[in-house]
Design a protein. Structure first.
Length: 88
């Protein structure tokens, strides 16, 4: 354990941030899983309804730095392509 006051504060802060990041990552993974479930079951209308919320969730998580913005954009782009291909 740290002895210096600032190191103790950093350790506390690090624990809090780790908890928050874990929650955000969990939210991200569950959103992706839900979208993949819609796509695999062929529910294009459900997937299309969920897309704006999915986009919003990913970008909120990306802006905090838990996942990179490029990763979020790539996921959104690929899933949007799959939704468009389902309709055809």
């Amino acid at each position: 354990m740290a002895n210096i006051k600032s190191a103790i504060r950093r350790a506390k802060k690090s624990k809090k941030e780790a908890l928050i990041n874990r929650a955000r990552k969990s939210k991200y993974k569950s959103a992706v899983k839900q979208m993949v479930t819609y796509l695999n079951s062929g529910k294009a209308s459900e997937a299309k309804k969920f897309l704006p919320k999915f986009h919003s969730q990913l970008m909120k998580i990306a802006k905090t730095g838990t996942i990179s913005k490029k990763t979020a954009s790539r996921k959104i782009s690929r899933i949007t392509k799959k939704i468009n291909n389902l309709k055809k």
